[in-house]
Design a protein around this ligand. Structure first.
Ligand code: NAD
Length: 489
């Protein structure tokens, strides 16, 4: 049994349970190294039990058979439950993965609740179709839930990443088995409890914490899982597609890594705004955002002015105690990720980039994992810090003189998640936005975001889109039903 702060037991068929092996793993806070929970170390047998519970729940139609309006009411209560426990969830998220408490509360809890509410609200407003066939037949085109949906998520926005998948999957009538990241399992477990309290029937939403190869792979390989929705690294995402193919050809959707280019032209409408957004967006969430604009291309004629302003902003992103309401840069999720970020900072220096700010590990709270926001200039396309996703607060600055050249450089990436262009020339804005190979292109801002718009990437940034009504496509099958009409008149 656990003697730590939080309950780390899995949620299977509406019950809090330890792993069948009895094995646990320690959930350590990156804020100060404290033990937060001993967590069920789920493996094949636990995943099997969760999938079986989800399957039974789906087949007996305790959720899938409810009218959309009834599912809507439960989803909205579920969202309300998050808001009613907002302070608790925000503290848990901050302690578990290190992000500043003000963002956990204002961004993570609110976005996750909004997502659950939005899909709940949507589900009784979507109509099916009748095809324009000949009068001798009626062809119904209907959407049906897929069945059991497996969800695997990363640690950077644990609640939001889970909500983006479970909200449309549940609203559409599926049962879900969620495997949160081993680095941040706590809020997912609490969400499952809150869902039960909101009236979601037991077995419909199960959470199996554990490590990727032990709990994630059995889910992706499971013969009775109909769909696997994954957010995480491109490396593991590729394995997810292989596992789907190796097993039952389950539908596989992947939201993967990014190395998003941010192009600032000399004619950008407001240089101060461009600098503030560029710096703020790469350092938000400690740089641990898939869509962080980590490759900055500045037109050569404004390079010095841009860098001067950017450097002036760096001290305001100094890491602080994430539990302090004023802190904007918190802890890196764990020591492994911290070492990874430090390795890239070392690589940047050894490959000849110019370290203009940061680069040091710091310790605003004893025992925690912190690194200074870091700015490299003089970066070239061949350097590791220009090509690889660091997933930390490291900005790589390059300069350019020609539009075609910068678009080519921006597109020279295996990723294609997001991109930005800053210019007051409407032709250039549209032309460049069209030419950029990315799922989302921002023009003269980087912070617009809404549940109503699709989110996902081109190329190796993944397959499929989260958010918006398009996400329902991932969790429903399309059925055609032909009905003969032998006209009596
Ligand atoms: P990761 O790929 O290491 O892990 C993600 C999840 O997959 C975790 O739950 C992990 O336990 C699980 N996993 C690991 N190995 C597995 C295996 N063999 N089989 C099944 N599951 C396995 O990624 P991470 O370090 O947790 O997250 C960071 C990555 O996530 C970054 O690349 C980031 O860009 C990406 N990300 C993408 C988006 C997006 O929407 N595109 C959003 C957030 C994060």
């Amino acid at each position: 049994m656990s003697n730590s702060t939080y309950d780390g037991r899995a949620v299977i068929n509406g019950q809090r349970v330890w792993a069948q092996t009895g094995h646990t793993f320690d959930c350590i806070s990156p804020v100060d190294g404290r033990l937060l929970a001993q967590v069920s170390r789920c493996a094949q047998a636990d995943v099997d039990a969760a999938v079986a519970a989800a399957r039974i729940a789906f087949e007996d139609r305790r959720w899938s058979g409810m009218a959309p309006a009834a599912r809507k009411r439960v989803m909205i209560k579920f969202a309300d439950q998050l808001l009613a426990h907002a302070d608790e969830l925000a503290l848990m998220e901050t302690l578990d993965m290190g992000k500043p408490i003000k963002y956990s509360r204002a961004v993570d809890v609110n976005s996750a609740a909004n997502c659950l509410r939005w899909y709940g609200e949507a589900v009784d407003k979507i109509y099916d179709e009748i095809a324009p066939t000949a009068a001798t037949a009626l062809a119904l085109i209907t959407r049906e839930p897929m069945g059991v949906v497996g969800v695997i998520v990363p640690w950077n926005y644990p609640m939001i990443m889970a909500a983006w998948k479970i909200a449309p999957a549940l609203a559409a009538g599926n049962s879900v088995v969620l495997k949160p990241s081993e680095k941040s399992p706590l809020t997912a477990l609490r969400l499952a409890e809150l869902a039960l309290e909101a009236g979601l029937p037991p077995g419909v939403f199960n959470v199996v914490p554990g490590f990727g190869p032990e709990a994630g792979s059995p889910l992706a390989l499971h013969m009775d899982v109909d769909c696997i929705a994954f957010t995480g690294s491109t490396r593991v995402g590729k394995q997810i597609h292989v596992m789907a193919g190796q097993s039952n050809l389950k539908r596989a959707w992947t939201e993967l890594g990014g190395k998003s280019p941010n192009i600032v032209f000399a004619d950008c409408p407001d240089l101060d705004k461009a600098v503030a957004a560029s710096v703020g967006s790469i350092f938000f969430n400690q740089g641990e955002s898939c869509n962080a604009p980590s490759r900055l291309f500045v037109e050569a004629s404004i390079r010095e002015a841009f860098l001067e302003r950017a450097l002036a902003l760096m001290p305001s992103y100094a890491p602080g105690n994430p539990l302090d309401a004023a802190t904007v840069m918190g802890a890196i999720v764990d020591e492994t990720q911290l070492n990874n970020v430090m390795r890239y900072i070392g690589l940047g220096q050894s490959e000849g980039a110019c370290l203009l700010a940061g680069g040091q590990q710091v310790m605003p709270v004893a025992g925690g994992c912190y690194v200074q926001p870091t700015l490299f200039a003089g970066v070239t396309a061949d350097m590791a810090i220009a090509r690889e996703e660091i997933f930390g607060p490291v900005l790589s600055v390059m300069s350019f003189t020609d539009t075609a050249e910068v678009v080519k450089a921006a597109n020279q990436s295996v990723y294609g998640l997001q991109a930005a262009v800053w210019t007051r020339d409407i032709n250039k804005a549209h032309g460049v936005a069209r030419a950029l190979r990315a799922g989302t292109v921002h023009v003269n801002q980087y912070d617009e975001d809404d549940i109503t718009v699709p989110f996902g990437g081109y190329k190796q940034s993944g397959v499929g889109r989260d958010k918006s009504l398009h996400a329902f496509d991932k969790y429903t099958e399309t059925k055609t039903t032909w009905i003969r009409i032998d006209s009596p008149v």
